[in-house]
Design a protein around this ligand. Sequence first.
Ligand SMILES: C[S@@+](CC[C@H](N)C(=O)[O-])C[C@H]1O[C@@H](n2cnc3c(N)ncnc32)[C@H](O)[C@@H]1O
Length: 214
Amino acid sequence: MEFISEELLQYCEEHSTAESEVLKELNRNTYAKVLSPRMLSGHLQGRFLSMISRMIKPKNILEIGTYTGYSGICLAEGLAINGKITTIDINDELNEMTCQYFNNAGIKNKSEIIIGDARQIIPNLNEKFDLIFIDADKESYSTYYDLVFEKLTIGGYIIADNVLWSGNVLKEEKNWDRDTKWIVAFNEKVNTDERTNKVLLPLRDGLYLIERIK
Ligand SMILES: C[S@@+](CC[C@H](N)C(=O)[O-])C[C@H]1O[C@@H](n2cnc3c(N)ncnc32)[C@H](O)[C@@H]1O
């Protein structure tokens, strides 16, 4: 399900800041060489993530789900001076490409790419984060939320991707597949969490913006 038409999306992209040459090339190369390229955030969502990050000016960003590094580069654009992005992915096959593009984007020295299962890695991270992007396996969204919550500064933000799951969240429960079940459970968990303010935006596949208030 597309939430807006191709034409409207194009109009939105044409009226947003253009992708940098590095992001444009990474976008193109991911579509040419990597499996499941639709996982990449893309132009409009990428500019949104960059804008939010620029507003927050985070000292520490955590990303769960690096893939080829597109969203990581966008998020890093808002880092405070001496800030750092830590990004985790279970798939080591994309690491070379991600490192190359982090280097091309000039964020090699302010990034750490960790290869492994985020469910095992997050408990061992000792920093606090001002901005956390959840964009990995849908099964673990609720687990990630619980694991990262105490590592998020009060006043910090979590952004979770794909929370409309192509509109499947509207289906009757008997028609849910496993991913839909996990996303619906995650959305309920976030919505009933009184420690947060939140807004669910119908951008691309749905972005949940969550602010920790206590
Ligand atoms: C949707 S893609 C991320 C897209 C990327 N954030 C972007 O916008 O360009 C999801 C990524 O999560 C990774 N992933 C899946 N399960 C994971 C896990 N348990 N721990 C860490 N990464 C995982 C996959 O290997 C995949 O690269």
